[in-house]
Design a protein around this ligand. Structure first.
Ligand SMILES: Cc1cc2nc3c(=O)[nH]c(=O)nc-3n(C[C@H](O)[C@H](O)[C@H](O)COP(=O)(O)OP(=O)(O)OC[C@H]3O[C@@H](n4cnc5c(N)ncnc54)[C@H](O)[C@@H]3O)c2cc1C
Length: 496
């Protein structure tokens, strides 16, 4: 059987490509090694509690959001129950405490009130940010071919060029010099996994817009409902989805793709292949062309990978709200120096690293048994902290890390430890084992200036008919970023 397109991996980008191509009338085969869709963005269950394995919040899912519009066009919105998120998070610093609402005006007001002497500069910064968004939207909406758009960028969209060349710190420092004010404005750096000193301003601005400018939503039953609905629609459109199917090889013939071979030895032919497996595995393990493998090995292994993370999942015998969890998410910082915070994470210093506490069950009590609650505590972490441990050492370290993070959370949620019924832990090793992401990188290649925006690995590859989709490619990680990447890969496959 020959397919139009084979897609390797049912992560966000793979599913998006599959749906877009199926709706365009192409016959797609989607192969996923796990028993369920979503990749990182999946769920798991323990003793009646349903936990989001990774995702805290997805931007662009609110009314008018890019993903929401796509779902509406695909007719999937009717199958999903969106729960609007009033506020995204309460952000806590030693001397500051603010709510992230979907109105950036609220943030400007808080910052101007806290730093009245900087009110004018804050206004100027946000006007400049708005200029970037206006040019970015024009760039995305204009119907020219990509090559022409790129040629025109320096003339028509200078704000995009500026954001692509500067780090987040440099971008902000053009208007704001105070360290603490800079720290509050760039608080969302953790969602990009790099401190402002290293994080490219381009992707920072995209993430910032997602949570400070636009409303978003949770999906009743968990984000998995979205991915299940996508799978159903892909099948209803005449395509095939196979779980528990690992692709072992991408077969090429004189620089063009030919087929894929699975672990069980089945071979499937296609005219195009989209790999949602990470770019490193795709090129250093899956493709069969040894010469190209070597070229890509040199190129990709020289790139910086993003950081990993630890997560502690707690099932509680009471709703977390009753312990003081009065917002969907708490984001807790012990320092205003984000690069120091990053060093705490890299060193596995669980007493001082920044943490996020998320209460999905506050929005959707159906995730937990009646009258109970669930929490996820997350911190960025390095794979190297978890490497080379014996099984016994690994289990001990997991226990100690979780104990420390739970005690940190208990400072804000008094009595927390007395209410824990279920406790589960994920480490960088779990992240790697689950999706195959090298060193458990949670955001693909790091979003440094050199690896962001137009410099980021594109969807097109040196092999004819092979395209990439997912966090490792343009524009980058996150459900929204991967959704865009999946759409772009599908468009390239369609043209091909
Ligand atoms: C702890 C954590 C918290 C996060 N929080 C957020 C958040 O709050 N908001 C947000 O938007 N993003 C968040 N992210 C990031 C987001 O989850 C990812 O960027 C996104 O889900 C990655 O999607 P992807 O399309 O790149 O595919 P992946 O999730 O990487 O999935 C790839 C899929 O391909 C499959 N696969 C790989 N190799 C093969 C093979 N050989 N054969 C068959 N199948 C294969 C894998 O099993 C997997 O299902 C978080 C990530 C983590 C880890």
């Amino acid at each position: 059987m020959e397919y139009d397109v084979i897609i390797i991996g049912a992560g966000v980008a793979g599913l998006t490509s599959a749906l877009k191509l199926s709706h365009a009338g192409r016959r797609v085969l989607l192969l996923e090694k796990q028993p369920l869709p979503g990749g990182y963005a999946t769920v798991f269950k323990r003793k009646g509690f349903t936990f989001e394995s990774a995702i805290h919040c997805v931007d662009a899912l609110g009314e008018g959001g890019e993903i929401r519009k796509f779902l509406e066009e695909a007719g999937l919105d009717k199958k999903l129950d969106f729960i609007p998120l009033k506020n995204f998070a309460r952000v806590i610093y030693p001397g500051h405490n603010f709510l992230v609402t979907p109105r950036h005006e609220d943030f400007i007001a808080y910052l101007s009130q806290s730093f009245p002497e900087e009110a004018g500069n804050i206004k100027k910064l946000f006007l400049d940010i708005d200029k970037f968004y206006a040019q970015f939207d024009k760039f995305c909406n204009v119907k020219f071919p990509l090559w022409l758009k790129l040629v025109l960028v320096p003339f028509l969209y200078p704000a995009i060029i500026m954001a692509s060349r500067l780090t987040t710190k440099q971008f902000i420092a053009r208007f704001i010099t105070g360290d603490r004010l800079q720290a509050l404005i760039t608080d969302i750096w953790r969602f990009a996994g790099l401190p402002p000193e290293d994080l490219g301003a381009f992707y920072f601005l995209l993430i910032f817009r997602g949570y400070y400018y636009n409303p978003t939503a949770y999906i009743r039953g968990g984000f998995i409902r979205l991915f299940e609905a996508m799978v159903e629609e892909i099948k209803n459109s005449g395509s095939e989805v196979r779980f528990n199917t690992t692709v072992k090889k991408i077969v090429t013939d004189r620089g063009s793709i030919k087929s894929v071979v699975t672990e069980k030895g089945e071979e499937f032919k296609a005219r195009a292949i989209i790999s949602n497996a990470n770019a490193i595995d795709t090129f250093t393990s899956l493709i069969d062309d040894e010469a190209l493998k070597e070229i890509y090995r040199k190129k990709l292994l020289g790139l910086e990978k993003s950081i990993s993370a630890v997560q502690v999942y707690l099932g509680l015998d009471v709703p977390a709200r009753s312990l003081g969890m009065n917002e969907y998410m708490f984001s807790i910082n012990t320092t205003y120096e984000h690069d120091e915070s990053m060093r705490f994470s890299l060193a596995g210093d669980y007493e001082r690293c920044s943490i996020e506490i998320v209460d999905h069950s506050q929005l959707d009590p159906g995730l937990v048994p009646p009258g109970k609650g669930g929490l996820v505590i997350m911190s960025l972490d390095s794979y190297t902290n978890w490497q080379g441990l014996s099984e016994e050492e690994y289990q001990k370290k997991k226990q100690e890390m979780a104990d420390k993070l739970i005690l940190r959370a208990q400072k804000y949620l008094p009595g927390l430890t007395k209410h824990i019924e279920v406790r589960e832990t994920a480490t960088p090793r779990t992240m790697q084992a689950f999706t195959g992401s090298p060193e458990g990188a949670i955001y693909g290649f790091a979003q440094t200036v050199a690896q962001s925006s137009i410099n980021r690995l594109g969807q097109k590859t040196a092999i004819k008919g092979l395209f990439l989709a997912g966090a490792w490619t343009r524009p980058g990680h996150g459900v929204h970023g991967c959704f865009i990447s999946g759409m772009d890969a599908a468009n390239l496959a369609l043209k091909f």
